[in-house]
Design a protein around this ligand. Structure first.
Ligand code: PLP
Length: 407
């Protein structure tokens, strides 16, 4: 399909919102969460109204239909990220839960005091704090790969960080602050050459470029539904079968067991071993629909389109006196963090909102990265498949207007 921006925009009811009853919404906070297409919203409604029954083990028709839809959704997701089998797709509440899960089950079963995990300087708090919790509980050491001023990872230092105590690398595919797309294939190859598995935080990559777990040969990969035009509260953890077989369960409860007795409980087969409790069988189906939506447009087309928006916005912003962009890596997602001399990003955010432009300000859940750059926070615009060049122009106009007020 060719890139039909009018048709795409018509699929997103939220893009018709008027801010302060006046300004058309210019939504540039897509790295935080994305707006939703009608197709996904309709799917959710249909699931609730025609297939709402608890899944697995149900003898009645509705339960069987709901089960089939949920398992089909898993297959859609497996195909989307090119997993070898749908049993490697675990439903979670989001990226944060996926990372916590790996941190917990991996560290408890594969690591002991003094063993090391390698992270990077540009991680979101959700790929820092779960490891710190494990470090506190088990004496695990965290090693942090630095990044250069342009936001690219220092790969040479990374290569030198591996020791015989390194047990895992956990790193973001793309930074939510700098936009940097890390050389993840290379990182995985380096880690594997040391016999070390890799977890990728794909929260910022999944909606913007083709993510192929088989090609990457990655061991674990987490993402959130709400960042790929899907529902909030559901996400995915991909894990290679060999790891998922070997590692212990995370949560205990219904669904994840084979047989329970007071003497000994045995666990269910994959993927159910990791899915305790009633699964989110409505949102799973809605997530698969948003994935179909993205696939129908095509990830390569989306990537090219967003990259055009990134270049266009970057070029215009660099023309503004005193404006500095944080993150100028060669391979970059359509995320622009910036500061303007003498202007607090919060004030900028408020003034832009008054003109209908939604941006994010603050530390973006990456305080160590802010420290690395010696700043408190930034203003950030982030683009999605439905943004337009005209919106970039309106944003630049609103930005200039705000700056004349603020300085
Ligand atoms: N990792 C990155 C890079 C993110 O940008 C985010 C959210 O902004 C997360 C993890 C956490 O995602 P969630 O809050 O959906 O679990």
């Amino acid at each position: 399909m060719s890139y039909n921006i009018e048709k795409i925009r018509a699929d997103f009811p939220a893009l018709d919102i008027k801010i302060h009853d006046k300004y058309p919404l210019i939504y540039l906070d897509n790295a935080a969460t994305t707006q939703k297409p009608r197709q996904m919203l309709d799917t959710e409604y249909i699931a609730y109204t025609t297939r709402n029954a608890n899944i697995h083990r149900g003898v009645h028709t509705l339960s069987q239909q709901a089960t089939m839809a949920h398992e089909h959704a898993r297959e859609v997701i497996a195909k989307f990220i090119n997993a070898k089998e749908s049993a490697e797709i675990l439903f979670t509440r989001g990226t944060t839960e996926g990372i916590n899960m790996v941190a917990s089950i991996f560290c408890s079963s594969q690591m002991r005091s003094g063993d090391e995990v390698i992270l990077s300087a540009m991680e979101h708090h959700s790929n820092i704090v779960p490891w710190q919790l494990q470090a506190e509980a088990r004496g695990i050491k965290l090693k942090v790969v630095p990044c250069f001023d342009n936001g690219e990872l220092d790969m040479e230092t990374m290569r030198s960080m591996f020791s015989d105590r390194t047990k895992l690398v956990s790193i973001c595919y793309a930074s939510n602050v700098l936009g940097t797309v890390n050389p993840v294939k290379e990182i995985i190859a380096v880690a594997h050459s040391h016999g070390v598995p890799v977890l990728l935080d794909a929260a910022q990559a999944i909606a913007h470029r083709k993510v192929d777990v088989t090609d990457l040969d990655v061991d674990f990969l987490a993402f959130s539904g709400h960042k790929i035009y899907g529902p909030t509260g559901i996400g995915v953890l991909y894990g290679k079968r060999e790891w998922l077989e070997k590692l212990p369960p995370y949560h205990g409860g219904g669904e994840m067991i084979e047989h329970v007795s007071w003497e000994k409980t045995t666990y269910n087969e994959l993927p159910y071993k990791y899915e305790a409790g009633t699964p989110d069988f409505i949102n799973s189906v809605a997530l698969a629909e948003s994935i179909n939506y993205v696939s129908n447009i095509g990830l390569n087309e989306i990537q090219a389109y967003e990259s055009m928006l990134l270049s266009y916005a970057t070029e215009q912003m660099l023309g503004i006196d005193g404006l500095k962009i944080y993150g100028t890596s060669v391979d970059k997602e359509a995320v622009i963090s910036f500061l303007v001399d003498g202007v607090h990003p919060y004030d900028l955010g408020v003034l832009l909102d008054q003109q209908g432009v939604a941006i994010r300000t603050g530390h973006h859940c990456a305080q160590p990265l802010m420290q690395r750059f010696g700043i408190e926070g930034t203003a950030r615009v982030s683009f999605a498949l439905y943004n337009t060049k005209q919106e970039v122009e309106s944003f630049i106009k609103a930005l200039n207007k705000s700056l004349t007020i603020l300085r």
